[in-house]
Design a protein. Sequence first.
Length: 659
Amino acid sequence: MEHTKELLSVPLSALVASPFNVRRYASGQVEELAALIHSQGLIHNLVVTEHIGRRGKKKSAGNGELRFAVAAGERRRRALLLLQSRGRLPTDYQVPCELVPPERALEVSIAENSGREPLHPADEFDAFKAMIAEGKGIEDVAARFGVSPLTVQRRLKLAALSPRLLALYRQDGINLDQLMALTLADDHAVQEANWFDVPHWEQGVAAIRRRLTAGEVEAMRCGLARFVGIETYEAAGGVFSRDLFDSEHSRFLADPALLQRLALEKLETTVTAVRDEGWAWVEARLEVDALALRQFARADYDLRKPTADEREELAELARRSRELELQSDGLRDRPEGWPDEAELIDLEEQDIAARQRAIQQGLQVWTLEVKALAGVIVTVSREGDVAIIRGLVREADRKAVDAARRRREKAACEAVGPRRGDATAATTDESESTGSSRATPAESKRPEFSDALSRRLAAHRTLALQAVLARNVPVALVALANALAQRVLGDEYRRAGHALQITAQPSALALAAAADDAKAAPAWLALQTARDAWIERLPRDRTAWFAWLLELPQAEPLELLALCSALTANALPAAGTACDANALVNVVGLDMADWWEPTEEGFLNHVSKAQIVQALKEAGAILGTDRVESMKKDLLVSTALARLKGKRWLPAPLRPPSV
């Protein structure tokens, strides 16, 4: 059927949207079309009908002009209005239109939209390439088609692919994502080999990218690249390829060896400065992971007092951190529009945390003795910053550093001196005044007691400490707070020991293993009684404990907390825990004479005759006519057992500590 075409010129202001148009457009879809119309003119006419109102009357504008509804070409109308609003078209611009009757409007709209075959992307690639070949610049092409220069660059990159691959793309034998991945290689032979010479399961985008970037370094994910800088790398002769289709426009550095050399050269300045600090060794490493650090022990350090400037800066950082926390809380109440602000807050909080960490690390000081044995690794962090790890001890030097630490601990403990007013301390003083020949630790060539007996005595001391600590709520809470603060607020690498095991691991099994008579000790029985009393009170359903405890008067949960804290205490021989356990013993006023007496299996059978005789002398339990030195061991043990009973005598490990 033939239709007579009626062409007319309609003012742009007289054109309106038509309800018969089957295509729907969202705002922002006409920018590219407007650029094309501006550079090429309006190539196709609009199809319109007379605008009829609800009552069947033709509608007109305020000036008497008839209005026309656009049945086909609504996107072109919007693009023209956009150009007119920007002053690129006159206010009286006339639009060439084809007029059709209202009864044909819907079928015309369907025919135009369904009959239009879109331009194949490969044809568009070739068209852009041809325009650039004609001498037009990328910016000019971008402006003419209303796209960004990056879009033009991407299409040119695709146009430069192997003709064989582009032909396959036109036949739907390869998809656009796979083509984009293949652009990581400029050589057509390499592109074709990575498609035609691999099995189909290796033709995925990730597999293609992995093969084409093998041996290269992705700059945006590499701390070394950020540390060295792309400009420095390129100036040194390094080459890189760019993935234009990545949202971050990733660059892949083709010469990792050059990048590593430049990084080591840049690190050397820091290495030289650190060597001047007096360490035994300083080493530059480009990568340091947790496994590498396990080869070293950490040397103990002290913390100097911050300077006035450092205190002021730390206070300012803390103040700003609180402000950011309030801002972040406020953002959560907003329904939308806050992700960008939240990201900025998060970035600033990271900077604050990094600066606080740097100041705290700057407060660490090591003795000259430690520095003479320990060393430093200078490396590059994942973020691309210099990272200095001080106080590392190699395996060969570990014993020497441990010995130095023990000397420092002993000196620190002895500097405080014994507590005054202790009955057992007075006993010790008396024994020394009577000419006791017991050797001091410094004079002994070997320990006074065996390791097994020392652990047995320490287990009984721990049980007594737990029993007394469980009754002293304020001290138990302070001990718990100190242990938590040391771990949570202290340096994460410093492995300081504490009497409380803050992992909430009860020490009962360890104590029973160290002393087979522990379960008969008065302290064990007292603790078991307290523990059983709470177990009897607590609900059988553990999930209900929290709610149940909330209902109790505050003093009762505090008592439970003190008991649980006490049950984690561990004063068994272990590196780093001695002073912390001794401080607890002193502050709670623990007198082991209230909790322990020498027994055959618990003590006397495990020491020599000379040590038993010395114990009797110290306790004042030898009569003038006694010949205890000449007694056989069995008789001496039974005699000592009877005479030491009630004397409150304690062996040295159970006497009040010097700390």
